[in-house]
Write a protein that binds this ligand. Sequence first.
Ligand SMILES: *Cc1c(COP(=O)(O)O)cnc(C)c1O
Length: 500
Amino acid sequence: MNWKDNIIKQLGKLNPRFLASVEKGLKAIPGVSQKIDSEYDEIMVGLESSSKPYKNKFTTFTQIPETGRKRADVLHEMESMRDQEESQWKNGFVSGAVYHGDQEHIDFLNQVYAINSQSNPLHADVWPSATKFEAEIVAMTADMLGGAGQDVCGTLSSGGTESILLAMKTYRDWAREKKGITKPEMVVPVTAHAAFDKASEYFNIKMIHIPVGETFRADAESVRKAITQNTVVIVGSAPSFPHGAIDPIAELSELARQNNIGFHTDGCLGGFVLPWAEKLGYKVPQFDFRLPGVTSMSADTHKYGYAAKGTSVVLYRGQELRHFQYYTSTEWPGGLYFSPTFAGSRPGALSAACWAALTSIGAEGYLSATRKILETAAAIKKGIREIPELRVLGDPLFVIAFASDSLDIYKVLDFMAHKKWSLNGLHKPSCVHICVTLRHAQPGVAERFIADLREAVEHVKAHPEEKGTMAPVYGMAATLPLRGMVSDLLKKYLDVIYKV
Ligand SMILES: *Cc1c(COP(=O)(O)O)cnc(C)c1O
């Protein structure tokens, strides 16, 4: 271990709050801030060149052009960018991201978009078609998730994050009105999606993080101990984004029910997989509205629902709860105003495409897609388990995280990137995951993944001296105890993204 790693390791043992204040103090020392900034700038120059490949290939616009460009030119330019980008995800080199991606399905969704491109559900009177599509998407999703014969309702949103933000805001407002809770708390496993942390920050709900056990499932006993008079909601994932683990939803939702607290199952990732997996005979623990303690769920139509990006469903047990999500304004000079979600105007064409995906694929289509994905995932899991240096985390169904006890897993990730793979680097613990989609179910893809992974492991073993390109960054980001600096770095990266 070099001296830097050693310092980082020692600092890691300190209290995070103490560290945060040390960090502030450090940055206040004259020169330190500038030094840090110049180090950052160096990293950012590298990131900038890799994230802006079109800089010298196409005209850059920083002003609206005086005369409009020819439509044909615009289309031609976009087609050429698409051609650059398409082969990686189409050929199954990307974890998650595009969940269906067959050309015929894409063409169909594009046709649907074209028919509905002017539609806006905010104007329900002008586009009753949008209203029909959205109501039916919610109904079909509720039915699929155990809501049949129960009072389960919901709304469409723009994505998983919005569904989660909406549900958390709903519980905050529900608890304030029904229980007089003014200092709300949410009990959330550390493996739950970052959108819950976002909700905590946006809506001033105190985050109580719960550890996960050996199998990467939330520890129910810790949840029980974390419940206070101020708890408004408990969260569980089915499954979690990092390790694809399904939390003990039956147990957790029962704790919530006994304490008259809300329980949200985050089915953003699994909502459109697990119901079909269960029907196919896979062992799926209970996670949906068939559990009486589950009071809300999120399920992403734009993931395994195979809709275009930009839609998700949030569901509630009972109309009363849903009312706490709605916004109404009765005094605005612009007239009586009301909207179900965060947005005002919304893309009705995306709702139409979502409805078209659900109804054109049908239960048979979802079953066969799920079968292909789970069989592919099983082959990938088996292949990873046969590599002695690697270890699959937990016992996942279709999001497979793996780590190594003998190698730097981020160097393995680096090598895979050179082989064109776009996998997810995770931390706490350091690991890599692949989220298996229909793209990986194409012939030969799983075999290619395992072969490349074997080569990566052999390469990293044979070349311990190589540092890798992203591996040091991941390593630093995972272990650096000064989290404020990591956060600053991420913000600077976002600035780079918006740089022309
Ligand atoms: C993807 C995902 C989300 C958030 O979804 P977005 O659509 O990216 O906003 C939430 N939870 C889980 C488990 C997810 O996988």
